[in-house]
Design a protein around this ligand. Structure first.
Ligand SMILES: Nc1ncnc2c1ncn2[C@@H]1O[C@H](COP(=O)(O)OP(=O)(O)OP(=O)(O)O)[C@@H](O)[C@H]1O
Length: 617
């Protein structure tokens, strides 16, 4: 699904439900602005009527009959209006801000949770290729979206300040208001010009700070390699270089900003002085040029106060608010495509897969990754009877993991079909498929939490006995018992760190606890020592017959007892049989076996395809 206007789409979907709060907040804030303008107006009137005695006491839009005739009465009115306006403005501003910010937080919460749910439901392929982007969308862009709402509120506020000030000025003296209008226009143009000069320099600052952060992160992440190769000095030089670039780019921005601050201060000062000069001339000699309205000292004072208060909103409106809105728009353009996946990802109303035996069939399956020139899997056909233990071996990059990822529908075949118990898996719901197929990867992920919670991840209601039982079968119980708090030991960043082999055994326990009919081990015991592996295998074989097990292994002892061993080469099954049959066959498997058992003859042919990396595995 393509979205023609991503910002409108996001706002409609997430902000619209909170529109009443947004509008209510804005109305209250605008009302506060009107109240904010009243003191300057009243002070001007009081100056003319009470201090200079040059005018009668009148207030725009207020009937004269409401105004007391005595001076003490008028003074009381002035003080009451000032206090009332102050209290009213504070109350409206406080409550308006509260309502608006609550609506913003709720909208961002909805965007964040919805974006996360969508990201979790995306096909694995999207995660593999776009994980960095996804993280930055979920982390940075959703936060940045706040800029859009802040910017919109600031736009309403600052425009309101300008409009309300001008409305009062026009009421008092529209002739002078026309002249004063030149000032914010000049300030706005200067601010835009400054922003256009500054923007490329800001880009440079952003890219140099990004470069510096990358250098720091790489050096710290790779500290073992740096130290092992004695490259500390070289890394320090690189960081000094990157920091120097950042310093230079930041300095060029600081210089420009200092100039701009002075220029805008000068503009404001000259504008107010000019207004004072023009106003004084106007008061003393009458309206200049073609103007007709007269001017009093009190009105001039009100104009000067309004003019001062216009400078900041104008500058902010011209630069900061536009920047915020642009940055928010850029983020919403990045967030919206995440929801483009939405329709296909969320729609999984296919019938449930029913697995009774665990009979798996691949029929003429072909699959290519998007950027691959040749198919990763090419015409794979494989029949795995229920309860079979299938070993999958082959060179690195032969397509072993991909073959099993198709069984979990992490990817879909381009042609051909995968069936479980005669049901094409593509026609059944993903959720039901993954309930029946357990998967343990080479580098399993453990979440922060206790050992118990990690094993019971797929089945949080499992009892301690069930957790311990699957842990025993996975060969994990012994080392877990030695942990400080056994199954209640905290794992993760702030907890105990486990070795690769221990993590694998917990992941196997987790898969066994979920009790699926089909189990997939993708080099799931590669970090486990041979002795433990034999133990795990013994357990698994004891359970064989009940479940179908696929195991990818570079260490051939892992798959030796398998009912069938599949040798993949360049995406095709080149050998297929039991260990004994394949050793006799004298192909790739036999060569690998010979290497691993130390029977490899010095004259092994390169065609046998045994690479150094495999020998070293
Ligand atoms: N997400 C991906 N996008 C593009 N190409 C991929 C992706 N995953 C794997 N490949 C490529 O597909 C080919 C098969 O990869 P696969 O991981 O299935 O091989 P393998 O036999 O399991 O390798 P290994 O033993 O090293 O794990 C490789 O050339 C690999 O580079």
């Amino acid at each position: 699904m393509q979205i023609s206007n991503p910002i409108r789409h996001l706002l409609w979907r997430f902000a619209e439900p909170h529109s009443r709060q947004f509008v209510g907040g804005c109305v209250l804030l605008l009302s506060a602005l009107v109240l904010q303008r009243i003191p300057a107006l009243v002070i001007g009137v009081a100056l003319d009527a009470l201090l200079l005695n040059s005018q009668t006491f009148t207030l725009p839009l207020v009937p004269n009959s409401w105004i007391p005739e005595s001076t003490p009465g008028q003074t009381t009115l002035v003080v009451s209006v000032l206090v009332g306006a102050l209290i009213g403005e504070s109350a409206f501003r406080w409550y308006g801000t509260l309502i608006y910010e609550k609506a913003t937080l709720e909208t961002l919460h909805d965007v964040r949770t919805s974006a996360f749910e969508t990201a979790m439901s995306l096909p694995l392929l999207v995660h593999q290729t776009e994980d960095r982007d996804l993280l930055s969308v979920l982390n940075d862009d959703v936060d940045n979206l706040e800029d859009l709402f802040d910017g919109a509120r600031a736009a309403v506020l600052y425009s309101g300040e300008l409009i309300s000030a001008f409305a009062f000025m026009i009421l008092l003296n529209w002739n002078l208001a026309l002249v004063v209008a030149l000032l914010p226009i000049t300030v706005a143009f200067t601010a835009r010009y400054y922003a256009s000069v500054l923007e490329p320099r800001y880009d440079t600052v952003r890219s140099t700070v990004g470069g510096l952060n990358t250098r720091l992160r790489d050096a710290i992440n790779g500290i073992r390699t740096v130290k092992a190769l004695v490259r500390e000095e070289r890394e320090a030089d690189r960081v000094t270089g990157a920091s120097g670039e950042y310093k230079r780019s930041a300095w060029s921005v600081l210089k420009l900003r200092a100039i701009y601050n002075r220029v805008s201060w000068l503009l404001a000062a000259v504008g107010v002085w000019g207004l004072f000069g023009l106003g004084s001339y106007w008061i003393l000699t009458g309206p200049p040029v073609t103007f007709t309205q007269s001017l009093t000292a009190g009105t001039l004072l009100t104009f000067i106060m309004y003019t001062f208060s216009l400078m900041d909103p104008t500058r902010k409106l011209a630069v900061d608010v536009l920047d915020k809105i642009e940055s928010g728009q850029a983020s919403s353009r990045r967030i919206a495509p995440l929801f483009w996946h939405d329709a296909s990802a969320a729609c999984d109303d296919a019938p449930e897969l029913t697995v009774t035996d665990g009979h798996v069939e691949y029929t003429a399956v072909t699959f290519s990754y998007d950027d691959a020139e040749t198919p990763t899997l090419d015409g794979i056909s494989l029949d795995v009877p229920p309860g079979d233990f299938v070993g999958i071996v082959g060179h690195s990059g032969a397509g072993k993991s991909t073959l099993l990822k198709l069984l979990l529908r992490f990817h879909e075949p381009d042609t051909g079909e995968v069936r479980i118990d005669s049901q094409p898996i593509s026609e059944h719901s993903l959720e039901s498929l993954r309930e029946h197929v357990g998967y343990v990867s080479q580098d399993p992920f453990l979440f922060p939490g206790t050992v118990h919670e990690n094993i019971a991840y797929a089945n949080p209601d499992a009892s301690r006995e069930e957790v311990v039982d699957s842990s025993r079968r996975a060969g994990a119980h012994e080392f877990v018992s030695d942990l400080p708090e056994s199954y209640d030991t905290e794992l993760g960043e702030r907890g105990t760190t486990l070795s690769g082999g221990q993590r694998q055994r917990l992941a196997i326990a987790r898969a066994l606890l979920a009790d699926p009919e089909i189990l997939v081990f993708d080099e799931a015991t590669s970090h486990v020592d041979t002795e433990t592996e034999v133990e795990i295998q013994r357990q698994l074989q004891a359970e064989a017959g009940d479940r179908t097990v696929f195991a990818i292994a570079h260490r051939l002892s892992t798959v030796r007892p398998a009912d069938q061993i599949v040798v993949l080469n360049d995406g095709q099954i080149t050998e297929h049989g039991t260990h004994e049959e394949l050793v006799k066959h004298d192909g790739i498997y036999a060569t690998l076996w010979a290497v691993q058992t130390g029977k490899f003859a010095a004259d092994a042919t390169p065609e046998a395809g045994v690479s150094d990396s495999e020998v070293s595995r």
